[in-house]
Design a protein around this ligand. Structure first.
Ligand SMILES: Nc1ncnc2c1ncn2[C@@H]1O[C@H](COP(=O)(O)OP(=O)(O)OP(=O)(O)O)[C@@H](O)[C@H]1O
Length: 590
C-alpha cells in the first residue's frame, strides 16, 4: 500500500521523465504526433460547429449563417478530417515508437554493461531484466501516446464544454461525473496489471527458455538424439496452460473494469441526453440548439472517455516506469576504463576467499597462489573444486571477499587487472561473425592489424582450417545466421585460442583450452605451450594431467582450497591427491 502511494505521488515525475525520453528520441516525430492530435481535436470541434450550422439551415433557414449545402459540405469535411487523422497518427506512432524503443534499449544495454559479473549472474538480476523487457520497455512511448491523447482530449473537453455551457451549464457536470469512478477504476487496473506482470515473469522466463531449447540450433542434435522434444513440449504446454489461466483471470478483471467505466460514461451520457429532451420540452432551448447540444454531448462524452482512458494509461504505466527507473539507477556507475599493465614480476593471491551471493559455503577459501612473469602455472582439481571461480578472481572479473590480489606487488584495481589479462573460458563464445572478427574482438574489434591476426592464428593453429574456408579469414562462421560456415569443436577452440593470443596481454588464463582438441593437437599444443604463449604468463586449468605436467607449478584444489602445490615431480613424490589423480588417469590408458 505504501508502495502504491509512493508510486502515485511519483506519477507526474515519472510521466514527465518518460515524455522527456520520447522528446529526446525524436523531436520532430513528437511534434508531428502532437500536431495530428491537435488537428484531431480541431476536427471534432468542427463537426459540432458544422452540425449546429446544418441544424440551423434546416430548422431556421431565415436566421442561418450558412445555406444548407455549404453547411453540409463543412460537416462532411470536418467528419472526414476527424476520421483521417486516426490512421495518419497510427502510422506516425509506428515510427516514433521504434525510435523511443531504440533509446530505451540503449539505456537498458548501458545498465547491463555496467553491472559486474556477480550482479549479472545473480538470479534476481535476470528476472528483473526479463520483467523490464517484457513490460517496461514500451511504457515511455505508451505514456507519450497517453499524454498526447490527454492533451487532444483536454482541448476537446474544454472547447466542447464551453459550447455546451452556452446551451445549458448543467450538462457539463453531468458528463464530468463519470470521471471519478473512471479514474478510481484505472488505479485498480494499474495495480492489478503490475502485480500480474510481477507474478508472471518467472513463468515467462521458463517458457522462453523451453522455446529456445525447442527452436535453436545448438540444441537441435541432442534433442533429436534423445527424442526429448516430446517431454519438453509437454512442459511447455503446462506453462502455456498456466499462463493462459492467469491471463484469463486478469483479462476478466480488466473487462470488468472496462465495463464499469463504460457503464459510468453511458449513464452520464443518457442523463445528459434526457436533460436536453427535458430542456426542449420546457421550451428553454430551440430544436436546432438541442440537435447541436446532442452532437456536442456525444462528442464530449467521447472526448471524456479518451481523457479518462489516457489518465488510466498514465496511472497504469507509472509502476512499470518506476520499475525501469529503479533498474537503470540500480547499476553501479560505469567502471573506469582499465589501464593495460605489463607483468614484470607476477600476480599473487594471498589468503583469497570468495562466496557467491546467497551461497553458504565459499567457492574459494583462503587461497595463496603465485604466477610469475612468463610462468606457466596449472590449476587442477575435481569438478566443482573452485578452479573457474579462482580463474575469474585472477582475471579481475570477481573481487575477492577476503585476502588480496596483487599485480607486480601492488594492489591493482580490478579494471586494470581485466585490461591486462586475457581469459578464455570453457564455454567460450562462438561469435557468428567472420573468422577475423572472431579473433580481433578480444582487442576492441576495430581495425584489425593483419600481421598480428596472422601471428595469433598461426600460433593457435587456425591457419590450416582458414585456408580451406571459402573466403579465408573473411569467411563468416557459424550457422545461426544462415550465411556462415560451421567449424568443428576443435577448430572453434583454436579460434578461441587465437582470440586470446591476439589480445596480447602478459597474462593469459585458459580454462580447459584443449577440451575439444584431438590427442595429436593437444600434444602439439602442450608440448610447445611456451612457444605458443610467446613469453606470456599463463594460468592453465585442465583435467588432463598430461597437459599440465610440464607447468612450472601445479596447484591442486579441493572444495575451494589449495591442498597441494609444486612441480609435477614434487607432487608425485608427495604421493598425495595429485599423485592419486595422476595415477588414476594414466592407468586408464594402460
Ligand atoms: N554463478 C554461481 N553462483 C553460485 N554458485 C556458483 C556459481 N558458479 C559456480 N558456483 C559454485 O561454486 C563452486 C565452484 O565452481 P567452479 O565452477 O569454480 O568449479 P570448477 O572447479 O571450475 O569446476 P569444473 O571442473 O566442473 O569446471 C561449485 O560448487 C559451484 O556450484
Amino acid at each position: 500500500m505504501a508502495r502504491a502511494a509512493r508510486v502515485s505521488v511519483a506519477t507526474p515525475r515519472l510521466v514527465a521523465a518518460a515524455a522527456g525520453e520520447v522528446w529526446r528520441a525524436d523531436r520532430l516525430g513528437t511534434v508531428v504526433a502532437a500536431a495530428y492530435q491537435i488537428v484531431g481535436a480541431g476536427a471534432a470541434l468542427g463537426v459540432v460547429a458544422a452540425g449546429k450550422l446544418t441544424f440551423d439551415a434546416l430548422l431556421a433557414p431565415e436566421q442561418a449563417a450558412l445555406g444548407l449545402t455549404p453547411a453540409l459540405f463543412l460537416l462532411a469535411f470536418a467528419t472526414a478530417l476527424s476520421g483521417a487523422v486516426g490512421p495518419l497518427q497510427t502510422q506516425q506512432h509506428r515510427l516514433l515508437g521504434e525510435r523511443v524503443s531504440q533509446r530505451v534499449w540503449d539505456r537498458l544495454l548501458d545498465t547491463t554493461a555496467r553491472a559486474d559479473l556477480v550482479t549479472y549472474e545473480s538470479s534476481g538480476f535476470a528476472t528483473t531484466l526479463e520483467r523490464i523487457q517484457q513490460n517496461a520497455l514500451t511504457r515511455p512511448f505508451a505514456v507519450t501516446t497517453s499524454l498526447l491523447g490527454l492533451t487532444g482530449s483536454l482541448l476537446g473537453v474544454v472547447t466542447l464544454s464551453a459550447a455546451l455551457i452556452g446551451v445549458e451549464p448543467l450538462l457539463v457536470p453531468i458528463l464530468l461525473a463519470a470521471g471519478l469512478p473512471a479514474v478510481l477504476l484505472s488505479r485498480w487496473a494499474s495495480r492489478s496489471e503490475f502485480a500480474f506482470a510481477h507474478r508472471l515473469t518467472a513463468l515467462f522466463r521458463r517458457r522462453n527458455y523451453l522455446r529456445q531449447l525447442l527452436t535453436q540450433r545448438p540444441y537441435a542434435a541432442e534433442l533429436r538424439a534423445f527424442e526429448a522434444a516430446g517431454p519438453l513440449r509437454a512442459r511447455h504446454q503446462e506453462l502455456n496452460d498456466e499462463v493462459a489461466a492467469a491471463l484469463r483471470t486478469q483479462v476478466r478483471r480488466r473487462q470488468l473494469i472496462a465495463a464499469l467505466t463504460t457503464a459510468g460514461v453511458a449513464v452520464a451520457l443518457t442523463a445528459a441526453l434526457l436533460a436536453i429532451i427535458e430542456l426542449v420540452r420546457r421550451g428553454r432551448i430551440s430544436l436546432a440548439e438541442a440537435g447541436a447540444a446532442a452532437i456536442a454531448v456525444r462528442l464530449l462524452s467521447g472526448q471524456l472517455s479518451t481523457m479518462f482512458g489516457a489518465i488510466g494509461g498514465l496511472l497504469e504505466s507509472a509502476p512499470f516506469l518506476a520499475d525501469l527507473e529503479r533498474f537503470v539507477a540500480s547499476g553501479p556507475p560505469a567502471p573506469p576504463r582499465g589501464r593495460k599493465r605489463p607483468l614484470r614480476e607476477g600476480v599473487a593471491l594471498t589468503g583469497v576467499g570468495f562466496r557467491y551471493p546467497g551461497q553458504e559455503r565459499p567457492a574459494v577459501d583462503d587461497v595463496d597462489l603465485k604466477i610469475g612473469a612468463g610462468e606457466v602455472v596449472a590449476l587442477v582439481g575435481e569438478n566443482g573444486s573452485g578452479k573457474t571461480t579462482l580463474a575469474k578472481i585472477v582475471a579481475g572479473l570477481y573481487q575477492p571477499d577476503a585476502g588480496t590480489r596483487s599485480w607486480d606487488g601492488t594492489d591493482a584495481p580490478a579494471p586494470d587487472v581485466r585490461a591486462s589479462t586475457t581469459v578464455i573460458f570453457q564455454d567460450f563464445v562462438r561469435y557468428q561473425l567472420s573468422l577475423r572478427d572472431n579473433i580481433v574482438i578480444s582487442d576492441g574489434g576495430g581495425d584489425a592489424d593483419p600481421g598480428r591476426v596472422a601471428d595469433a592464428a598461426d600460433r593457435a593453429g587456425v591457419l590450416p582450417a582458414a585456408r580451406r574456408l571459402p573466403d579465408g579469414l573473411d569467411t563468416m562462421l557459424g550457422r545461426d545466421l544462415d550465411e556462415g560456415v560451421d567449424l568443428s569443436g576443435g577448430q572453434w577452440q583454436r579460434v578461441a585460442l587465437a582470440r586470446a593470443l591476439y589480445r596480447d596481454t602478459d597474462l593469459v588464463v585458459l580454462d580447459e583450452p584443449a577440451a575439444a582438441l584431438d590427442p595429436r593437437a593437444e600434444h602439439e599444443l602442450f608440448a610447445d605451450v611456451r612457444a605458443m604463449l610467446g613469453g606470456r604468463a599463463a594460468l592453465l586449468i585442465s583435467h588432463r594431467f598430461s597437459s599440465t605436467r610440464l607447468a612450472d607449478r601445479i596447484y591442486v584444489m579441493d572444495a575451494g582450497r589449495v591442498v597441494e602445490s609444486g612441480t609435477h615431480d614434487e607432487l608425485m613424490a608427495r604421493a598425495g591427491q595429485y599423485a592419486e589423480l595422476y595415477r588414476l588417469q594414466s592407468s586408464a590408458y594402460h
